[in-house]
Write a protein that binds this ligand. Structure first.
Ligand code: GLC
Length: 723
């Protein structure tokens, strides 16, 4: 009997209640992360009630539990005490680590190293699967271009290509390169389908109103890359898309996802996304919401309990065809089979992978180092030895604000803070730590104490930015500058005229006030995870050089949001950068430019781009263009450079963006060394979604440049010949 036949046979034996149970995922009764914190409208059963529901076959998946013993007991009830013995599926949000926490995904994207992301995702899956978890509600692959939105922290930033490469890498990492039935494999769930990062005004859960063309060109590709990498599930987005909620959108979840993309995995609601159809105004009540969600393509209901409560009656009344229910149940059972849960339901808890925490901590330190982006350095870094250092600000010391906003299972006290990292690196060098203020409020006498410490120091490390509470879901901000208390501290410290190294803890682009912008050095350290302090000390002391690059643009002002590098020129682009041009695409107060552009990041070297050569001036439709750049490190230290390849289409039937990233290379250059870096460009890398909403290429003249960011480098041009 084939797998499909055995599943069909099992489905034939199932009651409507048992089918609805397989389409129901509830918050684990034993969980460190109270699901209610995310949304009050979810079903919360206590452990006895949950065990009883499992025994009756009324729930088929639980999420955000983390206790292996409890998972085993619940699994034993499902397979040993329920009528059909269908195993439970345990899911969780293991976004960037389980016990060992890696940099937040946006920070890790700054490494521009998808292979690194695959390694950290693999480590996370090894740790999480040992607790019995087999399904990961990750990676988040939403392209995010509005820094007012708090959830950009979970993704790979504003660029489509970076989004695609990290989506695929993280899927491979979570699922492993082998069979999903292996004990350390976790089903990956590229989320949130689709367009969530384009919520109007950066306001979380708000409407999304994008053209189909933009959806296809910008927001679909990272999902398609995740699906191509084998992702076993996906999660619907909370938002509506052009007026139709993603949770009740047959065009998205059936026509696009199934028919066009060929995705045959599981679609799960995002938390109570099905229940929220009532608040969207497209469902009358819970039963109606269950009906439109299932018919809309949501196979499994998470947290709301609506499918468990209403599907049997909806089928009996004829409002929902049983065949639609059966198709969804089949996808759930197929996933459980693929995960090996039918063959060996206790595999992940009884034969847990041996977790090498030492290796994982070393990987966390490497990933954290590679995530740090140095925006500015007047030469103050790396720190000279023997200096008296004042570490000032709310993020210099203490267990919080190192992991990031969406870490549910790790012990924050085990993370290394900056003060500990510096002490470990500098020995008993003079390090005076003064908080100065809280993340969003003043401390009585805090600034005075900070100024006093600054005046006694040779150099100040100012640790400011966003707290975990200010980042992530439901943390949209109307002003992406520093909170007033931190700005006041920064101003007071700047007034001491002492050398200042500013570190930005953040999950988004920040608008830097004058005081911070005048720092002698500025680094973005995101939320670096378990090894944050050691990694930052590695960079600050020069043990390792910074190599991160911005995966998001840092605007000058919040009012520019949404701001991203591959924006359109418009019909009135400012021709010059001099102020005073009128009737151009600019603000009254300023040009629409980045404070620090996408791709930007400095090293401890001095990398010069010397030459750029193309193999041809013309690219034939079936041909390729060889691109070669020569670089030299004229600095005194080894440097890792991210060499970036951008193109700009001069004329097309759709307004071409200012530029688009088409590839990148990491190179490491010793002082005085030079090297050649090569790229290959083919016509399919020049395609865009045309007026017919299909991918196309059009012949014509293209600008091309190779450089250290989206705004710098050597440039040339070539012609794409007609196909
Ligand atoms: C949250 C998030 C989603 C997460 C889910 C389960 O609201 O939107 O990303 O996977 O609920 O925790």
């Amino acid at each position: 009997m084939t797998l499909v036949q055995s599943i069909e046979t099992l489905i034939d034996e199932m009651s409507l209640e048992e089918k609805a149970g397989q389409l129901t995922c509830l918050p684990a009764a034993r969980s460190r992360a109270t699901a209610a914190a995310a949304n009050p409208d979810q079903v919360e059963l206590n452990e006895t009630e949950q065990a009883d529901a499992v025994r009756k076959g009324l729930v088929g998946s639980l999420f955000n539990g983390s206790n292996a013993g409890w998972h085993r007991r619940m699994q034993q009830i499902a397979v040993g005490e329920s009528r059909l013995g269908i195993p439970l599926l345990f899911g969780a949000d293991v976004i960037h680590g389980f016990e060992t926490i890696f940099p937040v995904p946006l920070g890790e994207a700054a490494s521009f190293d998808p292979a690194l992301a695959e390694r950290t995702a693999r480590a996370a899956a090894i740790e999480a699967s040992a607790a019995g978890l087999a399904w990961n509600f990750a990676p988040m692959v939403d392209v995010a271009r509005d820094a007012r939105w708090g959830r950009g922290v979970e993704g790979a930033g504003e660029d489509v290509l970076v989004g695609e490469r990290f989506a695929a890498a993280r899927v491979r990492g979570f699922q492993g390169r082998g069979d999903l039935s292996e004990a350390t494999a976790m089903a990956a769930t590229p989320k949130h389908f689709v367009g969530y990062g384009a919520c109007i005004a950066g306001l979380d859960y708000n409407s999304v109103d994008l053209s189909e063309r933009t959806l296809r060109e910008t927001y679909f590709p990272p999902f398609e890359a995740g699906f191509a990498a084998g992702a076993a599930a996906t999660m619907a987005a909370f938002n509506d898309v052009a007026g139709v909620p993603a949770h009740a959108n047959p065009w998205l979840l059936r026509t696009v996802l199934r028919d066009e993309m060929g995705f045959d995995g599981l679609v799960v609601s995002d938390f109570t996304g099905d229940l929220e159809l009532i608040f969207h105004g497209v469902a009358v009540d819970g039963a109606d919401a269950a009906r439109v969600a299932l018919l809309g393509g949501v196979d499994m209901s998470m947290a709301s309990g609506l499918y468990m409560a209403h599907l049997p009656a909806l089928v009996r009344s004829g409002a929902v065809p049983e065949s639609v229910v059966d198709a969804a149940v089949s996808r759930v059972l197929q996933l459980k089979h693929k995960l090996g849960l039918f063959d060996d339901p206790h595999r992940r808890t009884d034969k847990p992978a041996t977790v090498d925490h030492t290796a994982h901590r070393a990987l966390a330190r490497e990933a954290a180092r590679k995530s740090v982006v140095m925006l500015h350095n007047d030469g103050i870094l790396p720190l000279a030895g023997g200096q008296r250092i004042a570490l000032i600000g709310p993020f210099g010391e203490g267990p919080g604000n190192l992991h990031g906003p969406w870490v549910l299972f790790a012990d924050a006290a085990k993370a290394i803070d900056l003060a500990s990292g510096l002490r470990a690196a500098l020995g008993n060098a003079s390090l005076d730590v003064v908080r100065g203020c809280d993340p969003e409020g003043p401390i009585e006498g805090g600034i005075a104490a900070a100024v006093a410490a600054a005046n006694d120091a040779d150099v100040i490390i100012l640790a400011v930015g966003e707290s975990e509470a200010m980042s992530g879901e439901a943390q949209s901000r109307v002003d992406i500058g520093l909170p007033a208390a931190q700005q006041a501290l920064a101003d007071a410290i700047a007034a001491t005229s002492k050398p200042i190294v500013t570190l930005l803890t953040t999950g988004r682009a920040l608008v830097l006030g004058e005081a911070v912008a005048r720092s002698n050095a500025i680094l973005v350290n995101w939320f670096l995870g378990s090894e944050a302090g050691h990694a930052l000390a590695d960079i600050l002391t020069g043990a390792h050089g910074p190599s991160g690059r911005l995966p998001i643009s840092f605007p000058v002002a919040t009012g520019q949001s949404p701001f991203y590098y591959d924006r359109k020129r418009s019909g009135r682009p400012p021709e010059t950068l001099i102020d005073g041009e009128q009737f151009k695409t600019r603000y009254r107060e300023m040009l629409n430019r980045a404070a620090y552009p996408f791709g930007h990041g400095l090293t401890y070297g001095e990398i010069i781009y010397l030459t750029l050569d193309l193999s041809h001036d013309e690219l034939a439709s079936g041909g390729t263009l060889e691109i070669c750049a020569t670089l030299e490190n004229r600095g005194t230290r080894e440097a890792s450079e991210l060499v970036q390849l951008y193109i700009h289409d001069r004329v097309a039937s759709i307004t071409p963006p200012l530029c688009q990233l088409k590839d990148w290379r990491h190179v490491t250059l010793a002082p005085g060394a030079s090297c050649q870096v090569s790229f290959t460009l083919s016509p399919d890398q020049l395609c865009f979604v045309g007026r017919d909403c299909r991918w196309t290429t059009e012949p014509g003249l293209f600008d091309l440049w190779v450089g250290p960011s989206s705004e710098a480098g050597l440039t040339t041009s070539f012609t794409l010949l007609p196909g």
